[in-house]
Design a protein around this ligand. Structure first.
Ligand code: NDP
Length: 269
C-alpha cells in the first residue's frame, strides 16, 4: 500500500513540499504519496489525529504550528528538543517522533549551495518564532563571531537568546531599535514576507558583501528588494526548503535523496 505523508500549515496552498517529495520519491523509488493539508488555526492536533487515523505515516509542519507540533510528539530528537519546535513528525503505532530539520536545511544551503562560510561572521536573525528557533543551534555550531536575534516583540528575542545561551557563542537578542553595527549575514525568519511586509530594518545594517537570506521562497520579497538596493547579495529560502525536505525524507524513508536536480526543477518551474 502507498504510504501517506502530508504538510500541515495555515496558509499552506503556496507550499512546494508536495512537488519536492514527489520528486524525491520518484528519484529514490519510494512508494509514497504527499499532500498539503490546511489545518484550522485552532484545530492542528485534531487535523493531525484525523490524518493518522487514516493511515498517515508522517508529516511536515509549517507556519504557524511548529511549536504545537513539538507538544504533540511523544519522542523528540536532540535537535528538535534544542529548537523547542518541530517541523517533521513520524508516526509508528503509538509513537510520534518529532524532529526539526530546518536548521540543518539552512546550514546545508548556506554552506553547500551558496558557498557562504559562517565561521567568524556577524549574523542577524530576524524573528523569534518556530523557524528562528530551529536554526539558532545549527548556526552557532558553525562558530560565527556573533548571532543577534531581533524581533518585533523584543521580549521574545531576548527570551530565545537566554534559552539558547547554553549553546555558547556570542548570542543576544532584542528589538529592532537595539540593532547595532553591520551584519555579514541577515536571515529573515519572520512571517513578514508572507504578508508582503518589510521588517523595520535600518538601511545601514548590511556589511560589505553581506548575504541577505529570506526563508520565504518563490517570490521576490520586500526584504530581498531592500537588501539588493543596499548592495547585498540575496538568496531566497528555496534551497533551505529542499534541504530540510531531504533531511525529513531521510527520517521517514531512511534514504537521502539528491537535492540539486529538485532545486533545478523548482527554479525552472
Ligand atoms: P511564526 O508564526 O512561528 O513566527 C513568526 C515570526 O515573524 C515572529 O517572530 C513574529 O514576530 C514575526 N513577524 C510576523 N510579522 C512580522 C512583521 N510584519 N514584521 C516583523 N516581524 C514579523 O512563523 P515561523 O517561524 O514558522 O515561519 C516564519 C517564516 O519562515 C515563514 O515565512 C515561513 O514560510 C518561513 N519558513 C521557511 C522555511 C524554508 O524551508 N524555506 C522553513 C521554515 C519557515 P512577533 O513575535 O512579534 O509576532
Amino acid at each position: 500500500m502507498t504510504d501517506a505523508y502530508a504538510v500541515f500549515g495555515n496558509p499552506v496552498a503556496h507550499s512546494k513540499s508536495p512537488l519536492i517529495h514527489a520528486a524525491f520519491a520518484a528519484q529514490t523509488g519510494q512508494d509514497m504519496d504527499y499532500v498539503a493539508l490546511l489545518a484550522p488555526l485552532d484545530g492542528f492536533s485534531d487535523a493531525v489525529a484525523a490524518f493518522r487515523s487514516m493511515g498517515g505515516r508522517g508529516a511536515n509542519v509549517t507556519v504557524p504550528f511548529k511549536e504545537q507540533a513539538f507538544g504533540l510528539a511523544t519522542r523528540l530528537t536532540a535537535r528538535a528538543r534544542a529548537a523547542g519546535a518541530v517541523n517533521t513528525l513520524k508516526f509508528d503505532a503509538d509513537d510520534v517522533l518529532g524532529d526539526n530539520t530546518d536548521g540543518a536545511g539552512l546550514v546545508a544551503d548556506l554552506l553547500g549551495n551558496l558557498g557562504f562560510a559562517l565561521a567568524g561572521k556577524r549574523i542577524l536573525l530576524m524573528g523569534a518564532g518556530g523557524a528562528a528557533r530551529g536554526v539558532v543551534f545549527p548556526l552557532l555550531e558553525q562558530s560565527p563571531a556573533s548571532l543577534f536575534i531581533v524581533n518585533r516583540t523584543p521580549d521574545k528575542a531576548i527570551g530565545l537568546a537566554r534559552e539558547m545561551a547554553g549553546a555558547g557563542g556570542n548570542l543576544s537578542g532584542g528589538g529592532y531599535d537595539a540593532l547595532n553595527g553591520r551584519f555579514d549575514l541577515l536571515i529573515n525568519a519572520t512571517a513578514a514576507s508572507l504578508a508582503g511586509d518589510l521588517p523595520p530594518l535600518p538601511a545601514d545594517v548590511f556589511a560589505p558583501e553581506a548575504l541577505a537570506y529570506d526563508m520565504m521562497y518563490g517570490k521576490d520579497t520586500p526584504f530581498l528588494a531592500f537588501a539588493r538596493a543596499q548592495g547585498a547579495r540575496v538568496a531566497d529560502g528555496l534551497g533551505m526548503l529542499v534541504e530540510q525536505a531531504a533531511a525529513a525524507f531521510e527520517v521517514w524513508r531512511g534514504v537521502r535523496p539528491l537535492t540539486a536536480p529538485v532545486m533545478r526543477m523548482l527554479r525552472e518551474a
